[in-house]
Design a protein around this ligand. Structure first.
Ligand SMILES: Nc1ncnc2c1ncn2[C@@H]1O[C@H](COP(=O)(O)OP(=O)(O)OP(=O)(O)O)[C@@H](O)[C@H]1O
Length: 292
């Protein structure tokens, strides 16, 4: 049996209720590993960005079989960014709110099912991407979803219900943005750079996206009448956006976006206010190993 150890990094801030259960989940991971003849070290993050620091500190110390993100897409991002171009695979134990990458990959969403998959699954190599120097693995974007992500991050309550509430409230006053996409003037309600197909919670902005095609699926949601919003939302959750006249898809390996002012963006659901109005996005083919 292969005895290389696994490093699990748990973000107690992921999802809506890990916090109080973090220690118990850590214990479940340890017990499951032991029972299945594996070794696991479980570490807990203390703040935003800490997961990246933990990987960097520990990567050279031991030959890890895999480093597992216990949390949502933000936690996967923090861990995977330190594993790009290395042989060490990332595992995903999806305990976040949206779990876009895990859902795209069809991974189990239960604790036991995920642990079994992590210890028994196979490894594939996927593309990663970057927005300026920010790596992302699932989807990055500008526009309405970035704006909502930014407002959501300022709420004290998390979870899907809060997200829906913030989305609906901001929808009515939100105005499409003017930008230049590869130098061409474009009006967009939102612009998504999809490596994987969904934001999380099965909101499929680019259901056709593949993590292994060396391409980004760029989805432009063009300005639309407000009454059309429910139809777009329905299409988003039923993989039907492609048939809308307000949607345009392009496959690209890199692109540039220029805005009039530094925009709020999101990468893998993490909102961020940029300090520049020039954005370059590019794909890095076959750059991350993942357990599936
Ligand atoms: N110990 C911590 N305390 C506070 N925030 C943390 C801590 N560790 C990580 N974070 C931050 O928590 C945020 C949320 O993490 P994550 O994205 O994994 O969960 P989520 O938002 O519930 O899931 P998803 O992105 O799948 O919807 C990230 O911004 C991450 O940097």
């Amino acid at each position: 049996m292969d005895k290389l150890p696994y490093l699990f990094i748990l973000n107690p801030n992921s999802g809506t209720s890990i916090g109080k259960k973090a220690e118990i989940i850590g214990q479940v991971i340890q017990n499951f590993a032991e029972k299945s003849g594996n070794q696991a070290t479980v570490l807990f993050t203390k703040e935003r960005g800490h997961a990246t620091a933990i990987v960097r500190e520990n990567l050279a110390k031991t030959n890890w079989k895999a480093i597992v993100a216990v949390g949502g897409d933000g936690t996967v991002n923090e861990i995977a960014r330190a594993l790009i171009g290395t042989d060490t695979p990332v595992g995903i134990l999806p305990l976040g709110s949206g779990n876009g990458l895990a859902r795209h990959l069809g991974l189990p969403l239960t604790l036991e099912g995920s642990l079994k998959r992590i210890f028994e699954g196979k490894i594939i190599t996927i593309d990663s991407a970057q927005l300026n120097d920010i790596p992302f693995f699932c989807i990055a974007g500008i526009g309405f979803d970035a704006y909502v992500g930014y407002l959501f991050s300022q709420q004290s309550r998390r979870g899907l219900a809060t997200y829906v509430q913030v989305s609906v409230q901001s929808y009515w006053n939100y105005k499409p943005q003017s930008l230049r996409l590869n130098g061409v003037d474009t009006q967009a309600f939102s612009l998504s750079f999809a490596n994987a197909g969904q934001f999380g919670n099965n909101a499929w902005v680019a259901p056709q996206a593949s993590l292994q095609d060396g391409l980004l699926d760029v989805c432009v949601i063009k300005p639309f009448p407000k009454w059309y919003g429910t139809s777009l939302a329905y299409r988003l959750f039923t993989k039907g956006l492609k048939n809308s006249r307000y949607i345009e898809y392009r496959n690209m390996t890199e692109l540039s976006v220029e805005m009039d002012a530094p925009p709020v963006i999101h990468y893998d659901g993490e909102p961020m206010q940029l300090e520049t109005n020039f954005i370059k996005i590019k794909i890095n083919p076959e750059s991350l190993r993942v357990i599936v």
